[in-house]
Ligand binder design. Structure first.
Ligand code: NDP
Length: 244
């Protein structure tokens, strides 16, 4: 097992849910974490708590749809901690709805955050890692990257895309870069809070009763990071044991 001690880990979408839990788990395991998201007050609170526990943590306001801000996020991490060892592309949105409700703005938002956001993370983080000759990308997809369900066509399309981009990154990046796709099943978070379609929202509320804690996903991420550099954990799927 490699040690996570002193690794510099950047996490997008770290203001709630899986990103926040991952920041906490990795920081407590000894990583220096840099949290990014739009809700600065939330990031500030998490970072303050981690620092009070003796952890190394910083935050930077980040909208992943903005490439300039993504470059600034990476530059901020380099300035604070000197390097970028792990980049976790976690930020995502899931405003589910049937296609024939034509919520085009929400489709575009999912494409912008879930796909463009991941590409921006790669565009900003990969050059740094290639220069360092070491690094690890962890992209958060979903079980929706493997199967499509009603109301989730666009969301699943974005997660199929994340899976394709991650496999492409694995094939194309130099032999020094580890690449991991993490695909959660239903997990406790704020993800479903932004569903505007009433029926999809009600169905999701019912479905989410079997949610597993966000720390379960964070522990899987920790496992991938702890591997020695020559070992690349390519895909992890984590679902609740319960099926309905
Ligand atoms: P949350 O809604 O709790 O977290 C989503 C995070 O993404 C928030 O921190 C939010 O921060 C951030 N975010 C959204 N838009 C942007 C943006 N434009 N720029 C920067 N950050 C943004 O949900 P989860 O923790 O569940 O989601 C994390 C990831 O896990 C997502 O990619 C999601 O698709 C995936 N996932 C989740 C599952 C689940 O059941 N929870 C299942 C499968 C996959 P802010 O609003 O402050 O910017």
């Amino acid at each position: 097992m490699d040690t996570i001690l002193n690794k510099v880990v950047l996490i997008t979408g770290a203001s709630s849910g899986i990103g926040e839990a991952t920041a906490r788990v990795l920081c407590r395991a000894g990583a220096s974490v840099v949290l990014g998201a739009r809700r600065t007050e939330r990031l500030q609170k998490v970072v303050q708590e981690l620092k009070e526990e003796g952890g190394q943590a910083e935050y930077c306001t980040l909208d992943v749809t903005n490439l300039e801000q993504m470059h600034e996020f990476v530059a901020f991490a380099q300035q604070k901690f000197g390097r970028v060892d792990v980049f976790i592309n976690n930020a995502g949105v899931m405003p589910l709805s049937p296609l024939d409700s034509y919520k085009v703005e929400e489709w575009n938002q999912m494409i912008d955050v879930n796909i463009r956001g991941v590409l921006h993370g790669i565009a900003s983080g990969l050059p740094v890692m290639e220069k360092q000759q070491t690094g690890h990308f962890i992209n958060i997809a979903s079980v929706g990257a493997y199967q499509v369900s009603p109301t989730a066509a666009v969301y699943c399309a974005t997660k199929f895309a994340v899976r394709a981009i991650t496999e492409g990154l694995r094939q194309e990046s130099s032999g020094h870069i580890q690449v991991t796709l993490v695909s959660p099943g239903v997990t406790e978070s704020e993800l479903a809070d932004h569903i505007s379609d009433e029926q999809a929202r009600a169905e999701m509320k019912e479905y989410r009763r079997i949610s597993i804690p966000a720390s379960a996903i964070a522990n899987a991420i920790l496992y991938a990071i702890e591997q020695p550099q020559e070992v690349d954990i390519n895909e992890i799927i984590i679902r609740p044991t319960a099926t309905s």
